[in-house]
Design a protein around this ligand. Structure first.
Ligand code: MN
Length: 135
């Protein structure tokens, strides 16, 4: 194995049970043990957003385009712009997505938990209610 260009994987749509609205992602890196790192580009159409969820080992988001939001349960909404980097700690319930009238794209970096953990990488909860998503 040497330094190489990766084959380009497909752009896939975000599953309906985890996302509200149209979301597209590309998996750019899915580490094989001993690496457990994952890097995706996620593109949200206006108004599209994740359901509530948490990551076993936390997640870093880096906004590349548009305007959006991230919010931890019980905390204030944070507006996101290109160049912003956000960290959501391990196990913390949160959601992220586009503003109602803007696209938003971010890179998402996270790790799978170690083999002994038994925890899923991401635990999905309820979709946002209409009062939870900013009007
Ligand atoms: Mn997340």
């Amino acid at each position: 194995m040497s330094t190489h260009l990766q084959l380009k994987g497909p752009t896939v749509t975000g599953p309906e049970q985890w996302f509200t609205g149209d979301v597209y992602f590309n998996a750019y890196y899915t580490g094989q043990e001993p690496s457990r790192a994952r890097l995706n580009l996620v593109r949200f159409t206006p108004g599209a957003h994740t359901a509530w969820h948490r990551h076993a080992v936390g997640q870093t988001l880096h906004v590349t385009d548009g305007v959006g939001y991230v919010q931890t349960r019980g905390e204030e909404l944070i507006e996101l712009h290109p160049g912003d980097t956000v960290y959501t700690p391990a196990g913390e319930w949160h959601w992220h997505g586009a503003a109602p009238d803007q696209f938003m794209s971010h890179l998402a970096l996270w790790e799978a938990p170690g083999p002994a953990s038994g925890e899923p990488e991401t635990t999905w909860g309820d979709k946002l209610t209409t009062s939870e998503y900013p009007a």
